[in-house]
Write a protein that binds this ligand. Structure first.
Ligand SMILES: CC(C)(COP(=O)(O)OP(=O)(O)OC[C@H]1O[C@@H](n2cnc3c(N)ncnc32)[C@H](O)[C@@H]1OP(=O)(O)O)[C@@H](O)C(=O)NCCC(=O)NCCS
Length: 154
């Protein structure tokens, strides 16, 4: 399969929602469907399209069918250690039936290119310890930061 990558567009909403909160989608992968309300999904999608928001999405489109088969969501923010912004890769997803075909790598490389254009110096992301499949890709395109991620308890 060959895919093309491009920024998300208004017309992608239904297909994107399917990859995001649909069956076999990203949020189900994280067993977090109870956390993502339709309102969150709507606001998140609207932010991708709002030029005032530092929130972005790139989609991978199957060249043959024109269907969406993956996405990466990323955002930029200030960083006290650099003049330039940093870029956080918030979400990365490839449809299960087309995994291991290089689409995940392509999405990350697209995000690296976007970081250069946005003048974001640092690009970083996190993953779960047990997500070995993702880490097989990450060790090829990135380096481990050596930091552990903590958060405020629920
Ligand atoms: C993680 C994910 C995005 C990877 O997407 P993908 O399209 O399968 O990834 P790619 O095919 O580009 O990359 C896989 C790379 O890892 C390697 N790899 C992955 N799984 C492997 C395995 N089981 N054995 C050996 N190598 C493996 C491949 O060799 C490939 O390297 P290459 O580019 O040098 O050939 C995809 O599995 C996914 O969406 N998973 C569910 C959601 C998820 O975990 N998202 C990430 C959250 S942090």
């Amino acid at each position: 399969m060959t895919v093309s990558l491009r920024p998300i567009e208004e017309k992608d909403k239904e297909e994107w929602i399917n990859l995001w909160t649909g069956k076999g989608g990203y949020i189900e992968f994280y067993k977090s469907l109870h956390k993502i309300t339709p309102e969150i999904t709507d606001v998140t999608f609207a932010r991708f399209l709002d030029p005032k928001e530092p929130v972005f999405a790139v989609v991978a489109v199957d060249d043959e069918s024109g269907k969406l088969v993956g996405f990466a969501h990323y955002l930029t923010h200030r960083n006290t250690w650099t003049i330039e912004d940093a870029l956080y890769l918030n979400d990365l997803f490839v449809s299960e039936n087309v995994r291991l075909g290089g689409i995940g790598r392509k999405l990350i490389e697209y995000v690296y290119g976007a970081a250069d254009k946005l003048n974001a110096k640092k690009v970083y992301w996190s993953t779960q310890f047990e997500n070995h499949r993702a880490q097989l890709l990450y060790t090829k395109v990135g380096v481990k930061s050596g930091f552990l991620l903590y958060r405020r308890p629920d």
